[in-house]
Design a protein around this ligand. Structure first.
Ligand SMILES: [Mg+2]
Length: 179
């Protein structure tokens, strides 16, 4: 079994997390994975729901930053429409590029919450950065080939966590008790 990358919290999707819950975690920066966390990888135009989420985060005083392993063109096209800070080709779960990027923005990794759909890239990175991690389920069944390989490990690992009640505390607004 791969070294355990347990999340602090779990939600069905990023859209099922209450902003007030994030605010209560007292970390001002929300690092958000793009493909299959915010949108399917082949969606180039953010949905109304995504616009609303980013706008609500900003209104609550949080700083959303999109971090993606995908290429410049895909990430730039998507994120510039949302007017949100982003980093492409991050090399998750490696921390080097992201740490430097955060440092340039004057952000300490300890100020971050990381939300993503993959255990091997997102959660592992979050753990290294000492972010508060929230694992989501993939928003679509479609994956790029690189992700397809990761899913071969991600899926059984997720099942393993689920069976042992180790997926992370519930952060899904429809299921969680008062935080
Ligand atoms: Mg993803």
């Amino acid at each position: 079994m791969v070294h355990l990358q347990k999340a602090n919290f779990h939600a069905q999707s990023i859209y099922d997390i209450d902003i007030s819950f994030l605010v209560k975690l007292e970390r001002r920066v929300i690092l958000i994975d793009l493909d299959n966390t915010l949108s399917a990888y082949n969606i180039m135009v953010p949905s109304a729901q995504t616009y609303k989420l980013i706008s609500d985060l900003k209104k609550s005083g949080l700083i959303p930053i999109i971090i993606s392993n995908n290429r410049e063109k895909r990430v730039k096209t998507y994120c510039s429409q949302l007017q949100v800070k982003y980093l492409y080709s991050t090399g998750k779960p490696r921390t080097k590029r992201i740490k430097r990027f955060l440092k340039d923005l004057g952000i300490d990794p300890l100020e971050t919450i990381l939300i993503g759909d993959q255990i091997l890239t997102d959660l592992k990175l979050g753990r290294k950065l000492k972010s508060i991690t929230i694992l989501t389920e993939p928003i679509s069944k479609k994956d790029q080939w690189t992700t397809k390989i990761n899913r071969l490990i991600d899926r059984p690992l997720r099942k393993h966590y689920f069976k042992r009640n180790m997926l992370g505390r519930e952060a899904d607004k429809r299921k969680m008790e008062e935080f």
